[in-house]
Design a protein around this ligand. Sequence first.
Ligand SMILES: Nc1ncnc2c1ncn2[C@@H]1O[C@H](COP(=O)(O)OP(=O)(O)O)[C@@H](O)[C@H]1O
Ligand SMILES: [Mg+2]
Length: 377
Amino acid sequence: MKTFNPFVLGRYESPEYFCNRTEELKRVDNCIKNQRNLTIISHRRLGKTGIILHYFNQIHKQKELQCIYLDLMHTHSTEDFIKAFAKSVIGKFDRKTTQVIKTFTSMVKSIRPSITIDSMTGEPKIDISLQDPVSRETTIEEIFTYLKSQKMSFIIAFDEFQQINNYHEKKLEALLRGQIQLTTNTTFIFSGSQKHMLLSMFGDNQRPFYQSTDFLNLGKIDREEYKKFIAYHFEKNKSTIETEAIDLILDLTEVHTFYVQFICNKLYSTNSKKITIDLVVNTMLNILKEHEVIYYNYRNLMTEHQFNLLKAIALEGLVKMPTSKDFIQKYRLSAASTIKTNLDSLINKEMILQDEIGYKVYDVFFGQWLKRLDQLY
Ligand SMILES: Nc1ncnc2c1ncn2[C@@H]1O[C@H](COP(=O)(O)OP(=O)(O)O)[C@@H](O)[C@H]1O
Ligand SMILES: [Mg+2]
C-alpha cells in the first residue's frame, strides 16, 4: 500500500499534518470570538491560507456557524469576484444544497447556480452564471442581504484580498466596506502577500477599509517546533533522521514553510530508513536540477544587470544596503542609481523581497540555485 506522505503540499489536510502556529491561532481566535475583523499579512508560501483553513477546521463544527473561504488570487474582475463569492456562500454540494440554492436565488436575483458533474472527479459541483438585469453592485448587496437574513453567524475569509485593486471596477472597495459594516452576524478575515498594497488599503486614512481590522503579521514557524514536527513524522514511518540533517533542512530553506515541506516531502518519498546530511544535500541538488528549466526562464526574463544583482544578493543571503560601495565593489555591479532601478523592478517581479532587515531572493530554492550556479557547472 502506498503510504501517505505527511509533508503535505499546496493544500490543508488535517491537524495531524499541520505544524504548530499555536500563538497565531490564539490571536485569530481572539479576534473572531470578539467579532473583530482581521487582516493576515505575510510573504508568499509562509502559511496564510494554511492557518485560515486550519482555524476553520477547528471551529467549523460549532453549531450555527458557517466558515466561508474564498481565494481571490485568480479573480480579475467584479464578475469573477461575485461568482467566487456566491459559490463559496452556497458551499460544497451536499444534501442541503437544493434548499440553500432556493433561498439564495430568491434573494440574489441575477445569479443562476447550476449543478453539474465534474469531468475530472465525477463528483457533483456547483457552477455559477451571472444574468444581466441588475447592476453588479445590487448583486453584491443582495449576497450580503442573504447573509444577514440567516439565523447563523458566518466567518468569511477573503484570501489574497489585495487582488480587488487590480479589477477595472474601482467602486468595489467602498461598496464592500459598507456592506461588511452592516453585516453584523459575520466576521471577516482578509489575507494577502502584497504587504504594501494591503497596508495601504487598511492603513491609509483616505481608503474605505482604514483601521477596520486587527493585523496579524505571520512570521516563520517556530524553528524548535518545526524540528519536532519533522522528527515526529519521519519516526512515525520508522525512519530516523539525524539532528544535523533537520538543522540542515531548516538552514537551506530558511524555515520558509513551503520549502521545508517540499524538501521533507521529497526526502520522505525516498523511503530511506536513515535520513542523513548527505541525503539532504543530494535531495536539495536534485530539486534544483528539476527546477532548473524554470530558473533559466526567470533568467531570460531579466536583463544581465538585474541577473547579476540577483545573484549577488543570493550569494550574500541577505543584503542590508545594496547600493553601498562595498557591495557594489565586491560583486562588480553597476552604478548605485542603476541598482536602485533594478531593485525596484526585481521587487515588482517578486524576484526579490524587501523586509525590515534587508533584501533577499524571494524564492528560496531559486536563491540556492543562484548561489551554487558557479559550482554546479
Ligand atoms: N503550519 C503548517 N504546517 C505544515 N505545512 C504548512 C503549514 N502552513 C502551511 N503549510 C504548507 O506550506 C505551503 C505554503 O502554505 P500556504 O498556506 O499556501 O502559504 P500562503 O497562503 O502564505 O502563500 C503549503 O504547501 C501548505 O500546505
Ligand atoms: Mg495562500
